[in-house]
Ligand binder design. Sequence first.
Ligand code: SAM
Length: 289
Amino acid sequence: MDSRGSESPSDAASITPGLYLVATPIGNADDITLRALQVLRGADVVACEDTRHTGRLMQRYGIAARLIPYHDHNADEARPRLLSRLAEGGRVALVSDAGTPLVSDPGFKLVREARAQGSAVTAIPGACAAVTGLQLSGLPPDRFMFAGFLPPRQSARRTALGELRAVPATLLFYESPNRLADALADMAEVLGDRPAAVTRELTKLFEEVVEGRLSELATRYRNEPPKGEIVVVVGGPEAPAVDAVDVDGMLTAALATSGVRDAAAAVAEVTGLPKRELYARALALGRRE
Ligand code: SAM
């Protein structure tokens, strides 16, 4: 698929037929790529969640696109029409109200079915609130899991959090302002009182990042209900306190089947304790035998 045409960007022929997943801004209207604009200009139709909302974006960039609604409530009827258009060699752009389509937004089935019928599918990357929140959170970004929206009801929310408790990664959640304090309190209870960050109104005038333990954040937002759009970032499970772990017991068990180096490495992996210290301790235990 080629969206790099040398002709005028308004020339529809400047993009090849297929489905384009086009990221749009999450707040600051300037956060849109040159390629996104080129595809939106070249598309025969732009499928979007809300035609008025996307219409304003098009207007800002002087794009006269044909907008077609594609949202959770009409997707099953709208999808076959979009697929027929693609099968006939059409150029279809998919956008959501904000950010990256398919990330807590519609589009997954359209992608799957377009590919199954042999249509070309590509993505025009750009803004995504989860990734922006992660960048600003100050929490380890090397391993993360996007967990989307938690269920609104407390019992289902706690069950969902329970499933995430052992995930060895930073967790990312989308949350609404009116449920934030309850969600943070449940996170503190179910995940443990981990370090976290509430990132709010990203890329907008009142962008804010508040760091703290989950319980502190729950209290803060209970007292001062927030406004705007929110990504909650939660640190992964913390290494157990050294004295809470039976290091000698674990090393002794590991030494029964492995050499000193491997035993130290295995216990370091499980506990997060420094390998060098475990190696020294394993040597000492080995000598005692
Ligand atoms: N597809 C979007 C993306 O790429 O981020 C997410 C769509 S999801 C329906 C909307 C949720 O994303 C909001 O409720 C909020 O949790 C989060 N979000 C979107 N824009 C945001 C922003 N500017 N700041 C913080 N969170 C945002």
